[in-house]
Write a protein that binds this ligand. Structure first.
Ligand code: NAG
Ligand code: CU
Length: 238
């Protein structure tokens, strides 16, 4: 990954950059085209109702386009969810850096990754970042040219999965439903997994509550040393 210093100046000096979309996946060293194997939306807006079905893989009011592609992924490898302000944006336009909050990734094993809605049980968290020494995980992704690095656990079973990558912006989270949640689902086929892991799964929607301390929060009253509770279940490890 490139050093972040070069990019930070560019991003803050030029484009005002609004919301964000998980628009591409890098897996096994290959960066796929925008929207390849990912249900990307026509609008980059957030979901704000944690009880809505569209908390799983986005959707209205941000209509998503299905994909007939599935991306091969090796268990134990790192993939990057590539975030962009719009489907046309480059690496210097990831998201408004004032959008601060946690970053997470989940998997759900499915029979058909092309058609499964993702709604309901089966999700387990595989990556998260919160607030460390005054820096939010969203800003880590912005400084990493939009790359959210996610390790695909080695011990999961082979087969098709939905990979749900998520960024949360908390600038308005002082009021109920003020947190902005951004998520898309990529369609992947995992090989090389040992199948020995048995992840405990959760439902989406259901995994978050409106008053979770990590979603209903005044981030402007936080200090560099403040603790932040990342929403959702603990990260599954092998
Ligand atoms: C995956 O990424 C993590 C975090 O950036 C890093 O520590 C690890 O070495 C990487 N693993 C592989 C297999 O590249
Ligand atoms: Cu926004």
């Amino acid at each position: 990954m490139k050093p972040s210093v070069l990019l930070a100046g560019v991003a803050s000096a030029s484009v005002a950059s609004g919301h964000t979309i998980f628009s591409q996946l890098t897996a096994d060293g290959k960066t796929y085209a925008v929207s390849y194997g990912i249900r990307t939306p026509s609008y980059d807006g957030p979901q704000t109702d944690v009880n809505a079905k569209n908390m799983a893989c986005n959707g209205a009011p941000n209509p998503t386009t299905p994909s007939d592609k599935i991306i091969p992924v090796t268990a134990g490898s790192n993939v990057s969810a590539v975030w962009r302000h719009t489907l046309q944006s480059g690496p210097n336009d990831v998201m408004d850096p004032g959008h601060k909050g946690p970053v997470m990734a989940y998997l759900k094993k499915v029979t058909d990754a092309k058609t499964d809605s993702g709604v309901g049980d089966g999700w387990f968290k595989i990556q998260e970042g919160g607030y460390t020494n005054g820096k939010w995980a969203t800003n880590v992704v912005i400084d990493n040219q939009g790359n959210q690095v996610i390790t695909i656990p080695k011990c999961i079973a082979n087969g098709q999965y939905l990979l749900r990558a998520e960024m949360v912006a908390l600038h308005g989270a002082r009021s109920t439903n003020g947190a902005q949640l951004y998520m898309e689902c990529a369609q992947i086929e995992v090989t090389g997994g040992t199948g020995t892991g048995k992840p405990k799964t959760s439902s989406i929607p259901g995994v978050y509550k409106t008053n979770d301390p990590g979603l209903l929060i005044d981030i402007y009253s936080m200090k560099t040393t403040s603790a932040y509770v990342i929403p959702g279940p603990p990260v599954f490890t092998c």
